[in-house]
Design a binder for this molecule. Sequence first.
Ligand SMILES: [Zn+2]
Length: 321
Amino acid sequence: MYQDLQVIDFHSHFPTSRPWFEGMGEDWRKDYVERVGERRAQIAREQAMAYNREWRLAWDFPPPEQEHPGDEVQGDRWAAEIERYGLRAVAFVTGGGNDHLASIIARHPRKFIGFAHHYPFGEEAAAELSRAVTDLGLRGYKLLAPALDRPIEDPAAYPVWEMCAELDIPVLIHFGIMGSGGGIAWHENINPLKLHNVAKDFPDVTFVVPHFGCAWVRETLQLCWACRNVCIDTSGSNQWIRWVEGDLTIKQLFRKYMETIGPERIIFGSDSSWFPRGFAIRYLQDQIRDTRDLGLSHDQLQLIFGGNAARLFKLNLADEA
Ligand SMILES: [Zn+2]
């Protein structure tokens, strides 16, 4: 327990030594280098590093360690983080491909949950999802819409949505700015309303839009209004909040989403990944404070910080980790 809550982190990234985009078929970072050349890519990397440093200083986060100790050690370190903070479980939305992430989950099956993460438009995509869930034990499907090379509503992905319905798994799809400073801010799939027709066609599939809509609050709220099968997650620093109109705060976002979609569709995530930071406890602390300040009941907090994730992953919160 953390305070009086069973906490599940719905959205973290396993800090693997493998490429995050393993299994996606397309690697936008590699494509970028091929398009602009190594010299320009290096300039862009240095520019991005300046943003990242400013962001880390603002949050007082340590820089990511440069040496990678190997994925088994990383897995054990993550399990220790879960013990340290009394979390129920952490879900990793990426982790070096489906087989690799499944092997990490298998080391700590009571504490770790994994999402399948592979290219949705290929002919084998639905079969791969079925294998990832049924054989490998993964419990959701994750996509980064601005990293795809086709519109999210492309009919080629419909067999995958059909499979999500059949397997009854949640689908987490990132929209809006992607990556850290210097990342992507424009793409044909940047706007979460792009999901409208897919979400309408599959009302039996739960779609989760991360980071409170990642600067597309108006659009995400409209999407949630149009499609009751759309939820949001609260993960990350949500630094985008500085760039939207008004002096918006995370607390106001909680209030706005509570008014529109209620506690059953708001899901806590941290977007943690690297060490030595480990689990980004500060996001959990800040969000618990904000929701308590708003006067949410214990039952509402429990839904947001663990109950909704447990429902989507079919975990019994009564079972101790
Ligand atoms: Zn993330």
